[in-house]
Design a protein around this ligand. Sequence first.
Ligand code: TRP
Length: 444
Amino acid sequence: MSTRENWGSRFGFIMAAAGSAIGLGNIWRFPYMTGSNGGGAFLLIYLGIVIGFGLSLLMAEMVLGRTTQKNPVGAFRALGGGAWPAVGYLGVLTGFVILSFYIVVAGWTLAYIAHMATGALSAPGLDYGKIFGDFVASPVEPVVYAGVFMALTCWIVVGGISKGIERWNKVLMPALFVILLILVARALTLPGAAKGVAFYLVPDFSKVTAQTFYDAISQAFFSLSIGMGTMLTYGSYLSKDENLPSATLTVALLDTAAAFLAGLMIIPAVFAFGLNPSAGPGLTFITLPAVFAAMPLGAPFGVLFFALLAIAALTSAISILEPMIAYLVDEHSLPRRGMTIVASVVCFALGIPASLSFGAWSGFTVGGKTWFDLMDFMANNLMLPVGGLCTALFIGWFWSREARHHLSNEGRLAQPWAPLWTFVLRFVAPLGILWIMLAAFLKD
Ligand code: TRP
């Protein structure tokens, strides 16, 4: 335990935390959620939720980690005792569940880089829906790509905190923002993009239903990486002198900026080619290849776009893997390298049925859900909300004075907003989260 690593710099920590937050959630999920939820109205509601309680929960996790310098299980054991470590165990388990389907979608992005680069996706008159459907249904190729992606993730995490996770995030995250800005500029200069910009920025509240709020809340959780101890674990490698509230705010701003820019890239491009923004999860893999095929220099832009997705996914997958490794290393003194390899193999094994559920195993369902949908549902609608709820309740009701003390670096930082933070953790976040869960169950 005495050899526990730390981040090398404040910049490194911010890049790593932003790398965790900015992922498939921002670039794949956010634009299609916005596209199918009436554009600007969804954007506004999402922003309200991030400010209203997402930010508070993010800070709650970070302060738990930084104070204890422990993994999720160890942190709850040290501060709460009793049954509280269960929240940490839930987080460790959630990591396996999320990774098992995350690596499948991440594998698709690797495959699409390859298919874009070879020109296989830019011949005229292709049916992109069928191409995507056939690809995800095939028994071997997507599984291999998921395995390659898992291996990359494992390799970076084996390297440790400053020499693995931090080093890669410091390179990949600036690259991600550069690519994102290039693609936004390309999208906005397409003839006809203005209609898309209007759809994205001018809210149409007639499309808003309870479901819109529910989607925005689960999107905020997933995008900010809260509810399973990822940000707790990242916070645990941070020095006690850093200004945590300001770092938290920076991470939330970067995450929100990335989601906003991803929408500003994808939605206008889709409109410029007269396509439909409400295609759902297929928007990135079906609608966008059609956009690239119709655009001058579409293939290189397409490669760049799927590289952007792959980078975003990689820096997030690392952060989903790290909490379970931190747990095994801290609590059981197991070797980091070996444990990372074992955990990766387990996640890959769980990813195989997730991938096959688009093809050979699509008939195997539980309650009408394939394995992929089941994992996605359990993580997003059950495990993350429960984890977030317990974290909010723990800090709000049992540990609020100490939390504020630690957050202010033992009283050295002024925090006029602290009472508001406690109020959000006590009431706003728990009630908001209970509402998501009820909405989820009433719907299904
Ligand atoms: N935030 C990432 C995304 O937007 C996914 C992610 C990484 C995550 N770590 C997490 C989600 C922890 C929930 C919990 O794609």
